[in-house]
Design a binder for this molecule. Structure first.
Ligand SMILES: Cc1ncc(COP(=O)(O)O)c(C=O)c1O
Length: 396
């Protein structure tokens, strides 16, 4: 029996890989999970009552693109957050950004560009769906280092023009998972100019946009509007998973240009799994409320302040500007994760599980290899305990 070759070079997903690395070894203490980016702050109180009041909605097929009320709530949120008006017909509800990013690539990536195989740009390290989406459409994923040397964001403008001319889509994540870097308005403006010059669309993964330390990160919709950019240059993805501590709700949205949206919608109407109606009602309330978001953000900010204190003086420690991860420099990420687990029970992810080898002089040039990713998702007390053990074990 024949199977597709296009996914045959994919590494195992990060978490099974981690289990393989650690689970044969006993933890050195009460386990503390700092691996997965699953928010553990309280979900908003209104979730249960709204769900209960809308149970009958499970008895009908939900509207594919989102209820008018949910689309209006999203549009109002974008207006409040970014000062930009995005009409309902340029918005579509998603079951979280992961499927949205995957399906947008299918809907928007052409078979060829200028007669050649199209390229999808992505930062390295990166959220893994970007690569699998590119492979799914037969595009070439190009992994662009997002390291300390580039401010932990990819420098797409440094690529050779012959590569840039083949680019159909470019993924960007701000605040970035895993590094916590925030793209400035200037960075985003330059990226849009590059997209215009080389005729590609930017897929902006902004699912951590509401978790920031000092100031709300700029968004691509806002920068595109200020620049008067062609709306087709931009598809922006947001989610309630991190913003509202609702990763299980599977709810987000995409905002894109009219032609792009037509294609995204068309694909979804044939093959999409729309968000169940009761969940759309919950999502509507979540986008309309900022109180729970501010409370959750304050908890993250307190944990980041703890991290700054705990890692003060550790060489290479960089306080993240947003998101909820620490991206800590170590000699070897796998060795550090294993040592930490065996000696303390603290569980973190080796950076190399989120990044790709991109050749280099000895074929092992992996920009994540010298890092561990630490998720600050537990309570402040547990997080503090975990980080203190980590510091003493790895940097002590
Ligand atoms: C960078 C990034 N993008 C997208 C997602 C997917 O989030 P969701 O599908 O829950 O919106 C995640 C989840 O961890 C993420 O870290």
């Amino acid at each position: 029996m024949a199977f597709p070759e296009r996914f045959s070079n994919l590494p195992d997903y990060a978490f099974p890989r981690l289990r393989k690395l650690l689970d044969a070894h006993a933890p050195g203490g009460e386990p503390i999970a700092m691996t997965i980016g699953e928010p553990r702050h309280a979900m908003p109180e209104f979730v249960g009552p709204i769900l209960a009041a809308n149970l009958s909605g499970f008895g009908v097929y939900p509207p594919n693109d989102g209820t008018p009320e949910l689309l209006a709530a999203i549009s109002a949120w974008i207006d409040r957050r970014y000062g930009v008006t995005v009409p309902d017909d340029r918005l579509m509800v998603l079951n979280g950004t992961r499927e949205g990013l995957f399906n947008a690539c299918i809907a928007l990536c052409p078979e060829t560009k200028g007669g050649k195989r199209p390229v999808v740009l992505m930062p390295n390290p990166f959220y893994q769906v970007y690569a699998v989406a590119a492979l799914a459409v037969g595009a070439e994923p190009v992994y662009v280092p997002a390291t300390a040397a580039t401010g932990f964001l990819p420098d797409y403008g440094s690529l050779p023009p012959e590569v840039l001319d083949r680019v159909a889509l470019a993924d960007i994540c701000s605040p970035a998972n895993p590094q916590g870097a925030v793209a400035s308005a200037d960075y985003l403006a330059d990226l849009l100019a590059l997209a215009e010059k080389h005729d590609f669309t930017v897929l902006a993964d902004e699912c951590y946009s509401e978790i920031w330390r000092k100031a709300p990160p700029p968004g691509l919709l806002q920068v595109a509007a200020a620049q008067g950019a062609d709306p087709e240059r931009v598809a922006v993805f947001h989610s309630l998973s991190k913003r509202s501590n609702l990763p299980g709700l599977r709810s987000g949205f995409v905002a894109a240009g009219p032609e792009s949206m037509k294609r995204i919608r068309q694909l979804r109407s044939f093959a999409g799994a729309p968000l169940p109606l009761p969940l759309q009602r919950v999502a509507e309330a979540a986008w309309a409320d900022e109180g729970h978001v501010a409370a959750s953000r304050a908890l993250y900010q307190a944990k980041f302040a703890d991290a700054d204190r705990i890692f003060a003086g550790v060489q290479g420690y960089k306080a993240p500007d947003g998101g909820f991860f620490l991206w800590l420099p170590v000699e070897d990420g796998e060795a550090a994760a294993l040592k930490l687990w065996r000696e303390t029970g603290v569980r973190v992810l080796p950076g190399a599980y989120l990044s790709r080898d991109v050749g280099g002089p000895n074929g092992t040039d992996n920009p994540g290899a010298g890092y561990i990713r630490v998720a600050l998702v537990a309570t402040p007390e547990e997080t503090q305990r975990g980080l203190t053990m980590l510091r003493d074990c790895i940097y002590g």
